[in-house]
Ligand binder design. Structure first.
Ligand code: FNR
Length: 387
């Protein structure tokens, strides 16, 4: 399939779903439990309608925004997702290169299949590193030091995993190791392009940034999930953020904020940014959507701490709505992964291109010449339409 023919993220998603086997599809698409929050992350955008201004000269339009004192080409960046190497060969590198070419930052997950040093060497661009807080603080310390040496700009600490979310597909596919059931074998054989691209050259992709957190022989995507879940530290608390603040000289960003009190705490502990996030609906099912608390958090933090957001962004109009309600920028999760799974670096670049064009077109249709001037006055809540 030629990704250049895809006209929307949804079309890239459909291409991706045809290309990858079922256990990859479930990993990419799945949420926790009944996926109420996963669905809410999409339907929430229908709760606001635009009030476009007309007869405005929109010949010139600015869609670039400032993030930590430097411009990014579009008001979004690539968020952290693990196992990218399972979707396409060298997935992390492909995604990082597409981001660098488009002038937007890329975040590498700590459960990734490419060493962070390789990303810095071979992709360039603005790089952010994401960590979980494992019981082994030495691991967290070491990965922060490695990222610092490699020139990463920001460290994201994801705080919404004091326990692993209840993802039934995860227990089925990844907890008990690779089970080559007949059904799995047949399904995988039916996806020869994935087989030739990912599995046959290298086998199941290995984790390259976890050091000795995983025992030898267990460091691949099929076997590690249960161990990682065990290593997560349920005692993580704000003192750990103070510890990281001392340890990490670059930008420190807390990911997984869903309550304005926590946003205030983050400011108190001297972080540079927060990411409003429910982990793409993969942790607490029934949790609120980040868009619903964005106005409150923006009111508290704007001008002091960068306000970032993720969850369900699939259209340029979604991104413009978040900007209008006070977000500095949006993190993309599945949107760019669909491109990646559909066609590697080209597919990821196509996803970024489509969203860039959509943001630009929405600005024109709104009668807005500069995205930095957008405020909540372009939106009207229409809560009756949330499905
Ligand atoms: C994630 N997410 C995630 N977050 C994180 O901090 N570290 C990680 O390793 C991962 N891994 C991961 C894998 C996959 C396949 C998905 C879909 C998500 C959560 C991610 O950063 C982000 O919060 C959500 O993906 C945002 O929602 P959307 O854009 O995917 O709807």
């Amino acid at each position: 399939h030629d990704v250049e023919r895809a006209r929307s993220i949804e079309e890239l998603r459909r291409m991706a779903m045809r290309r990858i086997p079922n256990f990859c599809r479930e990993y990419l698409e799945g949420g926790a439990e009944d996926e109420v929050t996963l669905r809410r992350n999409r339907s929430v955008f229908e709760g606001w309608a635009f009030l476009p201004r007309t007869l405005v000269d929109v010949t010139r339009r600015v869609r670039s925004v400032d993030l930590f004192g430097q411009p990014i080409a579009s008001p979004f960046l690539i968020g952290p997702t693990g196992f990218n190497g399972m979707l396409t060969r060298r997935g992390d590198l492909a995604l990082a290169r597409a981001a660098a070419a488009a002038g937007i930052p890329f975040t590498l997950s700590n459960v990734s299949n490419t060493a962070l040093e390789d990303i810095a060497d071979k992709a360039g661009g603005r790089l952010w590193m994401q960590v979980y807080l494992y019981r082994s603080r030495r691991f967290v310390h070491d990965i922060a030091k490695r990222a610092e040496r490699a020139g990463f700009e920001a460290l994201i600490v994801t705080t919404d995993l004091p326990a692993y979310g209840n993802r039934e597909w995860d227990a089925r596919n990844f907890r008990s190791g690779a089970r080559l059931t007949l059904r799995n074998l047949i399904d995988t054989a039916c996806h020869p392009r994935w087989l030739c691209d990912v599995f046959l050259p290298d086998g199941m992709p290995r984790f390259r940034n976890l050091g000795d957190l995983l025992p030898p022989g267990k460091d691949h995507a099929a076997g590690a999930s249960a161990i990682l879940a065990r290593e997560l530290d349920p005692s993580l608390n704000w003192q750990d953020i103070a510890w990281l603040r001392d340890l990490w000289p670059g930008k420190l960003i807390v990911k997984g904020i869903l309550d304005p009190h926590d946003a205030e705490q983050a400011r108190h502990f001297g972080v540079d940014g927060v990411i409003l996030s429910n982990h793409g609906g993969r942790q607490l099912d029934g949790a609120i959507s980040p868009m619903e608390i964005l106005p409150d958090v923006a009111a508290l933090l704007k001008g002091h701490v960068a306000v970032l957001i993720d969850g369900g962004f699939r259209r340029g109009s979604d991104i413009v709505k978040a900007r209008a309600l006070g977000a500095d920028a949006v993190l993309l999760g599945r949107a760019t992964l669909y491109g990646l799974a559909a066609g590697g670096e080209k597919g990821a670049a196509r996803a970024i291109h489509l969203l860039t064009q959509e943001v630009d077109r929405v600005l024109a249709l709104l009668g807005c010449t500069d995205i930095r001037n957008l405020g909540p006055e372009v939106l009207r809540p229409v809560f009756n339409s949330i499905s």
